[in-house]
Design a protein around this ligand. Structure first.
Ligand SMILES: Nc1ncnc2c1ncn2[C@@H]1O[C@H](COP(=O)(O)OP(=O)(O)OP(=O)(O)O)[C@@H](O)[C@H]1O
Length: 589
């Protein structure tokens, strides 16, 4: 804001607020502003020859208006001297980084921990292809204001990010940030799990800045931060704000072993690729198309219920915060220098940060798994949101057959949506080229965490502790996090680290109207109240899905996987996720 030489202010800093009091010679004219530190991303004291300013970057949540996000405000105060401005800047940053301070602390920059360094992995083609534009307009400006250093790398192809994180030197980074959709997060988690030092590597804090079309994990982060559901830039701004705040929470991962795949929800995810230009609406359209031709599939679903259901919440929803408002105003001052494929404010290049290691192979998943009944089609090469497995169009290329003698293991962090679908039909149809591209499943050559609850996929499950349901299913959906897409609150009870997989399955006999009601209720997260004998919701630690129909589509984290039996087990709190302030005690970046 323009400096007003006629106004003087007295600033007071507490552990939670900056009190800004305008001093006026006329009594009764004092204006007071209480600026919560929880709404600040950072502050600065511009170097000389600039005047001794204290600049505050404030992102207050906006009014409760759907689709509108938080608005950036910059407040600048001219200090009496440069040391004074620098002392204030240091003090505020100490509080934001949670450096222990008292009223007697002598503030200086030397008290601050080292500057945080983030590796941003940007998929320029995710969602509507706006990731780079959003980096320029929103992400990089806010990250700079939060005094965070970054190195930005644009991914050039599928599995580029996965190969990169397999080889980089991780101690250099305080976090790996996926600027894309859930598919790229999935790649990164699998890349980390493929390292010989996976146990340490997977503890690298991960963050997501939603630029995809489904953005399930970002939807969960936004929800648990207490914000109302939002999409696109408002969601991005909320997530970027939370990233800059920097709180970390443990994140469950799920290992999935599959030989083949199927599902109903998968069908929607895969087939709706053709509607990609519609953004998240493509899932709605895809769902409607699928429901119109509803079909059921034979299968066997087994799951191991938790002996003690270890929910981390008492069932009460997180405190709601108003919807944040979108900002583009106020950013005009930022230089719009073009962002290159690799850019950094740290003077390093991708090459420098690479640490060549022996190439290991394997596959881990981070997101969701969806099995969808019937034949699916992959138009772009795998990623997933919402799959409804009903019928399959016979004209579509058939389910994939992967001639793999071994089962494949991979990792996911959000959800698995198996819908009963046809069993593996290896014979008739060859995989499409895009599906072949999408098949980097290989056995892991080193000792990744064992699925101690599961026998090998080709061996029977123990009868004790397992529940098995065999019959005709319309869909089976396995979720690890609360959201299936940013606007699909599919597992309201799920928490990042509850140690549970949340299964929803729908059996044949359900009417189209009820199924439609179920999906619409899912948007608000109240689908558990949809009363139908065909719909079940259970929590478990592990499950196995055996399709008994001849063909189908199965997806994990939106990516098509081979059709056939699949099993999964949760590994509680294995990874770490940057979630910002969630109202609970969290570790700071
Ligand atoms: N430069 C690239 N060209 C082609 N594919 C890429 C590139 N970079 C990444 N990918 C692949 O694109 C896939 C989809 O990306 P991602 O899931 O992040 O975006 P999205 O599908 O738009 O989002 P969502 O999963 O939320 O719908 C990823 O699995 C990744 O492997």
């Amino acid at each position: 804001p323009p400096l007003s030489p006629t106004s003087n202010y007295a600033l007071t800093l507490t552990h939670t607020h900056i009190h800004i009091q305008r001093l006026s010679s006329r009594p009764g004219k004092e204006a007071r502003l209480l600026l919560p530190l929880s709404e600040l991303v950072g502050c600065s004291c511009p170097r000389s020859p600039a005047p001794p300013l204290l600049v505050l970057y404030w992102y207050p949540p906006g009014k409760r208006r759907k689709g509108v996000s938080r608005r950036r405000q910059v407040k600048a105060y001219l200090a009496e001297s440069r040391p004074e401005a620098e002392r204030w800047s240091a003090a505020i940053q100490c509080l934001l980084r949670e450096v222990p301070v008292t009223a007697n602390t002598e503030f200086s920059r030397s008290l601050l921990p080292r500057t945080r360094r983030l590796l941003l992995l940007v998929n320029p083609f995710s969602g509507r292809g706006q990731a780079m534009q959003w980096c320029q307009a929103h992400i990089l400006p806010m990250i700079r204001e939060a005094n965070i250093s970054y190195n930005l790398i644009q991914t050039e192809r599928r599995n580029h990010a996965r190969e990169l994180v397999r080889e980089i030197s991780l101690p250099e980074w305080d976090g790996i940030i996926i600027v894309s959709g859930d598919g790229l997060m999935h790649e990164v988690i699998n890349g980390l799990m493929e390292r010989p030092d996976w146990e340490q590597a997977i503890k690298t804090p991960l963050g997501i800045l939603p630029c995809g079309s489904g953005n399930a994990l970002a939807g969960s982060i936004n929800h648990y931060a207490g914000y109302d559901m939002c999409l696109r830039e408002p969601l991005l701004l909320n997530c970027c704000f939370l990233l800059c705040r920097g709180g970390i929470r443990p994140l469950d991962l799920v290992s999935i072993t599959t030989s083949l795949a199927w599902g109903f929800v998968s069908d929607v995810d895969i087939e709706s690729e053709r509607y990609r230009g519609l953004g998240s609406a493509r899932f709605t359209l895809g769902t409607l198309v699928r429901i119109a031709s509803l079909r059921s599939y034979k299968g066997r679903l087994s799951y191991m219920p938790p002996s003690v259901v270890a929910t981390t919440s008492n069932g009460t929803p997180p405190p709601r915060r108003p919807l944040s408002r979108s900002i583009t105003e106020g950013l005009d001052g930022f230089s719009k220098t073009p962002i290159h494929r690799t850019c950094s404010d740290m003077g390093i290049s991708e090459q420098r940060s690479l640490l060549k290691t022996e190439r290991r192979r394997g596959r881990w998943r981070c997101g969701r798994t969806v099995a969808s009944q019937g034949v699916g089609r992959e138009l772009r090469g795998g990623h997933g949101k919402m799959w409804l497995g009903s019928d399959l169009s016979p004209s579509l290329p058939l389910s994939v057959t992967i001639p793999s003698p071994t089962s494949r293991k991979f990792w996911t962090k959000t959800k698995t949506r198996p819908v009963q679908g046809p069993t593996h039909s290896s014979s008739t149809l060859a995989p499409t080229p895009s599906l072949l591209k999408n098949r980097p499943f290989v056995s892991l050559p080193f000792d990744v965490p064992r699925d101690d609850l599961l026998p090998p996929l080709d061996q029977p499950l123990p009868t004790r502790d397992w529940v098995t349901i065999e019959g005709d299913f319309v869909l089976v959906l396995a979720l690890y996090q609360s959201h299936l897409g940013a606007d699909l609150h599919a597992a309201p009870q799920a928490r990042f680290d509850d140690g549970l997989i949340h299964l929803t399955f729908v059996r044949a006999g359900i009417s189209r109207a009820t199924l439609l009601r179920l999906f619409f209720a899912m948007e608000k997260g109240n689908h558990h109240s949809v009363n139908s004998p065909y719909v079940s919701h259970v929590s478990c630690k592990a499950f196995r899905l055996q399709p008994l129909s001849p063909r189908g589509t199965l997806t994990v984290d939106g990516e098509l996987v081979p059709y056939g039996p699949l099993q999964a087990q949760v590994h509680p709190s294995m990874a770490r996720l940057i979630v910002g302030d969630t109202g609970v005690k969290i570790t700071r970046l």
